[in-house]
Design a protein around this ligand. Structure first.
Ligand SMILES: C[S@@+](CC[C@H](N)C(=O)[O-])C[C@H]1O[C@@H](n2cnc3c(N)ncnc32)[C@H](O)[C@@H]1O
Length: 335
């Protein structure tokens, strides 16, 4: 292959990425993935079981095999280790993320990317006429889809108690704590710690299920509220996991100031985010940065940008801890 063809193939590979993503999501939506539960399945049987056209299913499976989601042998198709992650009930939860990314909620917003760059309005607002969290308040089904996707993307929280010791904390407030995955993990690992989860009303529904045992044991309160207005007072740890990246510098500063004013004098604020590299290499955070531009008024930020935000809110970074998938924890104390 000459250089010219290599470059063209690479560009076409990039441009057809969305078609591959759509094919993966279709296999999830149609039940193809969940039907592959160990033994190889052949295409006609699979098509008959799912009411699909066998020839067309065969073509979809061939693509999924080429990109490493399934593998074929003489007896039929099985899931690869990558494909296994798309099964319902797999602990990665990545199936929920595949469905969320494929949904109109996200896809319609991404279509407006050029307009976002021209106008400064978010793609989400241009597509849906409001911001993401206001829309979800009025649409419980979409809120459930979003919440499941966020919980799937929050698997990094399992490692959080290993890198940060919550054992000394009396009370941890999870500000915008979503489905409660993070607080659940923290309370499991720190039996003497109490938890408070602050969320918008609709989002609290998922957290109520996840944290039911801790609430019943009197170790956890679920608080309906708006972190742009105030956060619960007096705790010694405030966690902001994937919250600040949804907000402009002005609003992110306001949220941090509320935490700074509410926290115990020796308290800590933990900012859990994908931190942008100084160069252009690691791709995950760069993709999510443009995604933030499409979906919200926020951005992924560099370490220096977070430090500036924290300093403007009376806080300073004490240390930075690493989590999987380019996630980091900025541990901040009063300046
Ligand atoms: C990207 S999600 C992150 C959820 C969770 N912290 C995690 O890491 O999985 C942002 C969360 O902020 C919540 N949120 C948005 N605006 C809020 C507000 N004004 N007050 C409280 N929570 C809010 C949303 O409902 C959503 O659950």
């Amino acid at each position: 292959m000459n250089d010219d063809e290599t470059a063209s193939r690479e560009l076409i590979r990039l441009m057809t990425g969305p078609w591959v993503a759509r094919s993966v999501a279709a296999a999830v939506r149609l039940g193809v993935v969940d039907r592959m539960d160990g033994a190889p399945v052949d295409t006609p049987d699979l098509a008959a079981a799912l009411g699909l056209d066998p020839a067309r299913l065969g073509r979809l499976l061939r693509l999924l095999s080429a990109v490493g989601v399934v593998r074929r042998d003489a007896r039929g198709y099985t899931l690869t280790a990558t494909g296994e992650r798309l099964r319902g009930g797999h602990p990665s939860g990545l199936r929920d993320l595949a469905l969320l990314y494929d949904s109109g909620l996200f896809a319609d917003a991404w279509e407006r990317l050029p307009e976002t760059l021209r106008t400064g309005r978010t793609g989400f607002d241009l597509a849906h006429g409001t911001d993401v969290f206001t829309l979800l308040e009025g649409r419980p089904e979409d809120a459930e889809l979003y919440s499941a996707g966020m919980a799937a993307g929050a698997r990094f929280v399992r490692d959080l108690p290993s890198v940060y010791d919550f054992g000394g904390a009396r009370t941890v407030v999870d500000v915008g704590g979503g489905s409660g995955e993070l607080l659940h993990t923290v309370l499991d690992r720190a039996p003497d710690t109490r938890g408070v989860l602050l969320e918008r009303p609709t989002a609290l529904a998922a957290a109520r299920d996840r944290l039911a045992a801790h609430v019943a044991a009197g170790r956890c309160d679920l608080v309906e509220g708006d972190f742009l207005a105030a956060v619960p007072g007096g705790a010694d740890v405030y966690v902001l996991s994937r919250v600040l990246h949804n907000w402009s510098d002005e609003d992110a500063g306001r949220i941090l100031r509320h935490c700074r004013e509410a926290m115990a004098p020796d308290g800590r604020v933990l900012v859990v985010e994908r931190v942008l590299p100084d160069g252009d290499d690691p791709w995950l955070s760069l993709v999510f940065d443009v995604h933030m531009m499409v979906m919200t008024t926020g951005a992924e930020r560099t370490e220096r940008q977070y430090e500036e935000l924290l300093r403007g809110s009376g806080l300073t970074t004490e240390r930075i801890l690493d989590l999987p998938l380019e996630m980091r924890v900025l541990v901040a104390r009063p300046a």
